[in-house]
Design a protein around this ligand. Sequence first.
Ligand code: ZN
Length: 165
Amino acid sequence: MEAAAKDSDLLGLYQEIILDHGKSPRNAGVIENADCRSDGKNPLCGDRVAVTTELDQQQSIADIKFDGKGCAISIASASMMTEAVKGLSITEARLIFEAVRTICSKEASVLDAMQDVGNKLAPRLEKLASLSGVRQFPARVKCATLPWHTLMSCLDGKATASTER
Ligand code: ZN
């Protein structure tokens, strides 16, 4: 197969795991009666994603789904995110979010980021390592981080709502 240079760059970016998640997204959909919901958009690329989560008594993420329309990177990142944060506390989800933001936008090594998040979260972060490929493509960084920002908004919304309970 002939591939232009740009395509081969994209092949490097859209590694196997990203392709897989882009084609067969995990946890796609909307949770009815979700504890929180947030809608995110990335006007730069046209990506949209809605994140709904269900929290358990310990305020851990018992369930999470995303409903997205957009490029393969945004869908893959959302899919990978739902797998990565399910079962985590809100604090842990924030740690993973910060680490993902770091590996997607800075020249930080994934191994360093894994050390920073600690033993429990490191294996989850490792599965997200392929997202770090977007930093070679600054225009795509927001595609990868959109679902994560949306999740943070979702969890922030939950925190605000819980003071009224
Ligand atoms: Zn995009």
